[in-house]
Design a protein around this ligand. Structure first.
Ligand code: NAP
Ligand code: ZN
Ligand code: ZN
Length: 349
C-alpha cells in the first residue's frame, strides 16, 4: 500500500486537518501520480459542509489534479513515467451503459467521483487531490501539454471542462452573443473559452470591483447584474447565457435577456433551490433553461488540447495546503482572483 499525506474533513462543522492514509498499489490499468497541484472548487466547500446532503466522512476533497506519473500498471502503454497528467471529477464509470459508450461518463448511472464516492476498486471512500499522490485507472487520466503552466492548468480539470462542454454542446462561435454569469473559478474560464470560440462575450457580475479584470480576461462588455437599467439594455439579445453562480437567485432577470429560442444553461449548484422562474418568460419566446455537468473524458482531453493550442490557463493564487480553511472563507466572500490552487510541495517535507 502507498502511504499518502492529505487534508481531511472529519465532519461538516470543523476545519480540515492533516490526515495520513493509504492508496492501492497500481493494478494492471492504473497510473500512479505524484500530485503537484490541486485547484480548489466551490463544490469542495459545498461537499465538505454537506450543503448537498450527500457528504460521506472522512472526506479528502480535490478534483482539479495535476501531477507527474511515478509508476504504471503492466497493461498501460499510453502514459510515460515523468509525464505531466491531470485527473478531474471522475475516476471510474461502468464503461458499458449508453452514456459511457457515447463518451459521456459524467452521466453514467454508476460513476465513481474522485472523492466523496464509493470506491468500487479499493473499497471505502474515494479520496481526492488534497493529498500527495493518487492512483487512477488510465481511462480517467488526461495528458497535459508541457506548454501549459502546471499550477495554472489544474483548474482546467473541473472549472475548465464544466464551462467548455456547454459552450461546445450549444455550438457557440462567431456571431453569437454569449453571457457568462459570475466571475469566479468557473466564470472566468467561461469568459476565456467563449472569447476563444469567437463569441461576443458579456460578463454579469455582482462585484463592481471585478469590471476591469473581466475585460482583461476577455469580456467585451461587463454588466453589474444588480443594476436593473443596465440589464434592461440587453433585453432580447443573447443567444446563450452560462450561469455559474453558487447561490440561489432570481433567474428571470437572465431569461428575459435571451432572444427567441435562446438558452440559459445552469452549471452552479446552490444548496437552496432558485425561486421558480416565470413560465411566461419562457413560452413567449420559446426560451429554454438547461443544465450541464462537467464533461466526458474524451471531451476533457479535447479541452486540454484546445487550451494548449490557444494558450489558455486559469488565473490563480497558489496556497500551501495549510491555508485551505482560510481559502474557503475568502472564496465565500468572492475574494480570489480567480482560483486557489494548492501547492502540494507544502505536504511533502
Ligand atoms: P466561485 O469561484 O466561488 O464563483 C462563484 C461566483 O458566483 C462568485 O465569484 C460570484 O461572482 C458569484 N456569486 C454571486 N452571488 C453569489 C453568492 N451569494 N454566493 C456565491 N457566489 C455568488 O465558485 P466556482 O468554483 O466557480 O463554482 C460555481 C458553482 O458551480 C458552484 O455551485 C459549484 O458547486 C458549481 N459547479 C458545478 C459543476 C457542474 O458540473 N455543473 C462543476 C463545478 C462546479 P461575482 O462576484 O462575479 O458576482
Ligand atoms: Zn469542481
Ligand atoms: Zn456507464
Amino acid at each position: 500500500m502507498l502511504k499518502t499525506q492529505g487534508y481531511v474533513a472529519h465532519n461538516a462543522d470543523t476545519p480540515l486537518v492533516p490526515f495520513s492514509f493509504e492508496r492501492r498499489e497500481p493494478l494492471a490499468n492504473d497510473v500512479q501520480i505524484e500530485i503537484l497541484y490541486c485547484g480548489v472548487c466551490h463544490s469542495d466547500i459545498h461537499q465538505v459542509r454537506n450543503e448537498w446532503g450527500n457528504a460521506s466522512f472522512p472526506m479528502v476533497p480535490g478534483h482539479e489534479i495535476i501531477g507527474k506519473v511515478t509508476a504504471l500498471g503492466g497493461a498501460v502503454t499510453d502514459f510515460k513515467i515523468g509525464e505531466t497528467v491531470g485527473v478531474g471529477c471522475l475516476v471510474d464509470s461502468c464503461r458499458t451503459c449508453p452514456d459511457c459508450q457515447d463518451h459521456l461518463e459524467q452521466f453514467c448511472n454508476a460513476p465513481t467521483f474522485t472523492y466523496n464516492s464509493e470506491d468500487q476498486i479499493s473499497g471505502g471512500n474515494t479520496y481526492g487531490g488534497y493529498s500527495t499522490q493518487v492512483v487512477v485507472d488510465r481511462h480517467f487520466v488526461l495528458h497535459v501539454s508541457d506548454k501549459l503552466d502546471p499550477a495554472a492548468a489544474a483548474p482546467l480539470l473541473c472549472a475548465g471542462i464544466t464551462t467548455y462542454s456547454p459552450l461546445k454542446h450549444w455550438k457557440i462561435g462567431k456571431g453569437h452573443k454569449v453571457g457568462i454569469v459570475g466571475l469566479g473559478g468557473l466564470g472566468h474560464m467561461g469568459v476565456k473559452f467563449a472569447r476563444a470560440m469567437g463569441a461576443h462575450v458579456v460578463l454579469f457580475t455582482t462585484s463592481a470591483n471585478k469590471v476591469e479584470d473581466a475585460k482583461r480576461i476577455g469580456a467585451h462588455e461587463v454588466v453589474i447584474s444588480k443594476d436593473d437599467e443596465a440589464m434592461q439594455q440587453h433585453r432580447l439579445s443573447f443567444d446563450f447565457i452560462l450561469n455559474t453562480v453558487a447561490a440561489a437567485h432570481n433567474l428571470d432577470s437572465f431569461t428575459e435577456l435571451l432572444k427567441r429560442d435562446g438558452t440559459l444553461c445552469l452549471v452552479g449548484v446552490p444548496d437552496h433551490p432558485h425561486p421558480s422562474p416565470s413560465v411566461g418568460n419562457l413560452i413567449f419566446k420559446r426560451r429554454q433553461i438547461a443544465g450541464s455537468l462537467i464533461g466526458g473524458i474524451k471531451e476533457t482531453q479535447e479541452m486540454l488540447d484546445f487550451c494548449a493550442e490557444h494558450n489558455i490557463v486559469s488565473d490563480i493564487e497558489t496556497i500551501p495546503m495549510q491555508q485551505i480553511n482560510e481559502a474557503y472563507e475568502r472564496m465565500l466572500k468572492s475574494d480570489v482572483k480567480y482560483r486557489f490552487v494548492i501547492d502540494l510541495a507544502s505536504l511533502k517535507n
